[in-house]
Design a binder for this molecule. Sequence first.
Ligand code: V55
Ligand code: FE
Length: 491
Amino acid sequence: MADFSKTATGRGYNAPMRFEADIDDCEVVGKLPSDLDGAFFRVGGEWYYPPLSPDDAPLNSDGFISSFRFKSGKVDFHNRWIHTHRFEEQRKARRQLYGNYRNPYTDDPSVRDPLHPNLRTVSNTAPVVHAGKLFSLKEDGLPYQIDPNTLATKGTWDFQGKWKSQTFAAHPKIDPLTGEMIALGYEATGLLSDDVFIYTIDKSGSVKREVRIKQPYVSLIHDMAITHKHIILPFGGYVTSKERLAEGKVHWGWDQTKPSYIGVLPRDGDAKDLRWFKGPERCMMHVFNAHTEGNKVILYAPFYDSNFFPFFPPIDGSPWNPAKARAFIRKITLDLDSKSDGWQEEILWPTQVVDLGKVDPRVVSLQSRYLYTSYSDASKPYDRDASGPGAPARTNNSYMRFDIATGKVESLFAGPTHNLQELSFVPRGRGEEGVGYIVGVAANYAEMRSELIVADAQRLGEGEIARVILPFRLNSQVHGVWADAKELPFK
Ligand code: V55
Ligand code: FE
């Protein structure tokens, strides 16, 4: 029942591991900083059973969470499946029951779930920590609350019944000044609906505001940004329809004729105060940060020129174009005084980057100086021959810090058989932006194992401080987050 040999990632580095692990006092090369007290949580997908169809998207794999708990210069590791409704159902049936990515019409006939997206979510996208709780998120369902010590799944969370959207997108933003979490759900009133609900949740975790808006067309609003005054809603290109779901396709296809949009909503405003700006074909997945300057909103984001995901193919039948799936560090200016509905865009650095960016969480919503992500430094070696099966043609071999003030990049090369996943920022000290650590997982294709890199965020050019060695491969991460010991009830 669990034959993975016919799936794209059935063998080699990305083959599913399908086991949970606990390692006390992991192997460390170098010396972990003794002031690291907290945990790095990472969420991604791992197929428990192979997908029913070869056309399914890898983003439909079952949610899987890991933690690296740092304390007193030591680190413990844990790994767990997220026990979603659907995970439990397939485990009971001892086979895959659920069909294509966000298409309930492709489920096994034995699935009798009502058409509520929450029963289908795999919760495989991002961890978030707010008001003393840890959650795992995916944009098609509600958050699942996770025990930060054991990683056991505690069930879905609807904010004491005050979260009315059926969905909760994976990239809420936490305002470092107020402790509020701004979050949204799209397709909020059901599959294919154009309703978007936007919430402000106060620092104690209670819903304080709700704004209900309509989207110009139904599309994934994957990420969002906040400033001290505005909520920013970028989306574009991906489309869905009743017809494509009836045909059994994955939820999204790419429509190159569709404009991109960026919504700007005042944080204290209502639906009538929302302004949509319109732009060219763009795949708007993740943001770095945004701030408001007078009557302008400045957004830094590594958007792609066009469709990044080959498994959400163009709806016109044309082949996916890798040459346009390139992300750059973009500065987007939205002028609220302007009569036009366009925006200004500037590419700040000529080299392509990975669209998984971070800033120091203490400057979210404020003017920031540093942007962090990874990229493929072509001047560095890649030993493909020493890398095992499953190693890609090109790797993301370096972390980078981009200095907005000077345009300078400082980078850290992870190694000749290494591919970096998303990094996270660990704040340290009294609040000065950029003071802290960078942590993130690297795939080591030669050793067929995962390694966690710990680096000084102000000294990337000097190389890492320490590397945590796991004796096995980790699933591929989508997103991760650092939680300080004070933020969660750690044992
Ligand atoms: C993304 C990830 C998703 C998804 C939609 O990175 C978009 C973008 C891991 O799931 O469902
Ligand atoms: Fe994301």
